[in-house]
Structures are given as structure tokens and as C-alpha cells.
Ligand binder design. Structure first.
Ligand code: XMP
Length: 177
């Protein structure tokens, strides 16, 4: 699928992530914070966010995937890489690229709570509220976007476009009548 228009420039993203980082740092002050980021989509957002969070933060990476069509996530969420994770009595900030149906964040947050986390907040770069199927609270959110499939800044389509420094729409091919 071809790349469509640029939705968010690298500068817009950097500036907004800086604001989120400042808010997070103020909210947690000097409390130890554990970031749990969801591979793979969150990696670029995580790297940008970490620049603003100071030295007292620990970072854990987990994997989650939801199955559906190529450009729409489905109902089933599979979680991996939980083995080493110890969040007992920790304040956790769950970081992901985008809240779409909300299923991934809700499933991971539930799991972290079950593992004994003291608090779990969520942080996403993008939010597509029109697609929400599961009620999930977004504690920190970069941008609200419409129901379009987007790529870049860590978000991919079939493994492509993840390395773009900006976020663009993916154009659906025109349908033949
Ligand atoms: P849910 O539906 O669980 O979404 O909130 C979870 C995952 O779906 C992927 N997703 C996208 N990936 N462009 C992408 O590259 C998009 O527009 C998009 N919408 C959802 C993403 O991996 C997210 O973590």
C-alpha cells in the first residue's frame, strides 16, 4: 500500500513527546517508576520519551500482538516475554504506540495488576477513540487521530515504514468497481 499524506511531522512529535515527558516527570516526582513498553510499535516513541524522564526510571520490554486483518487489530491479544518481569509494589507506566480498540492496553494493564503492580498508568503516542471497543483509561496521550491506518515513528505495515521519522497515512488502494 502506498504512503499517503504526512499527518504528524518529526518536529510536532518531538515537541508533544517533550510535553508528555515533562508531565510524567512532574507527576511521579522522585518516585521510582517502571516503564513497561510494548514491542514492537512503541520502540521509537519510548526512545524519544526516555530522553525526558530522568535517571531514576527502569525499563522493561514485553511483546503483545492482536490478530485481525492487516490494517485492523482483532479481538484476541497474545502476551509474551513476561517471564522476567517483576512489577510487585512498583508504580508502572505502560507505554504503547497507539490505542485502537483498546484491547492490548487493557489486557496488559490487567496482567500487570495481577502481577502485583502498585499502580498502572498508560501512555500512548496516538489515540483513535472512534475505534474503541474496550474501556481503557489513557493517562497520557500524544495525539488524537481519526480512523485512518498510520505508519512511521515505530508503527509499521507488514514490517515496513517503521523507521520513518514522521507519521503518515497509508493509502488504501482504489477499489475496482
Ligand atoms: P488495540 O486494538 O489493541 O491496538 O488498541 C493494538 C495495536 O494495533 C496496532 N495498530 C496500528 N498499527 N497503524 C499501525 O501501524 C495503525 O494505524 C494502527 N492501529 C492499531 C498497533 O500495533 C497497536 O499497538
Amino acid at each position: 500500500m502506498p504512503l499517503g499524506k504526512v499527518l504528524l511531522s518529526a518536529e510536532q512529535i518531538a515537541s508533544r513527546v517533550g510535553e508528555l515527558g515533562l508531565r510524567i516527570r512532574r507527576d511521579y516526582e522522585d518516585q521510582p517508576l517502571t516503564i513497561v513498553a510494548i514491542l514492537q510499535g512503541a520502540i521509537v516513541f519510548l526512545g524519544e520519551l526516555l530522553k525526558h524522564l530522568g535517571a531514576g526510571v527502569t525499563v522493561e520490554l514485553i511483546e503483545a500482538s492482536s490478530y485481525g486483518t492487516a490494517t485492523a487489530s482483532g479481538g484476541q491479544v497474545t502476551l509474551r516475554r513476561y517471564g522476567r518481569l517483576d512489577v510487585r509494589d512498583r508504580d508502572v507506566l505502560l507505554v504503547d504506540d497507539i490505542a485502537d480498540t483498546g484491547r492490548t492496553l487493557a489486557a496488559v494493564a490487567r496482567q500487570l495488576e495481577a502481577m502485583g503492580a502498585r499502580s498502572v498508568r498508560t501512555c500512548v503516542l496516538l489515540d483513535k477513540p472512534s475505534r474503541r471497543e474496550v474501556d481503557v483509561e489513557l493517562s497520557y496521550r500524544g495525539f488524537e487521530i481519526d480512523d485512518v491506518f498510520v505508519v512511521g515513528f515505530g508503527l509499521d505495515h507488514a514490517g515496513r515504514y517503521r523507521t520513518l521519522p514522521y507519521i503518515a497515512c497509508l493509502d488504501e488502494p482504489a477499489r475496482k468497481e
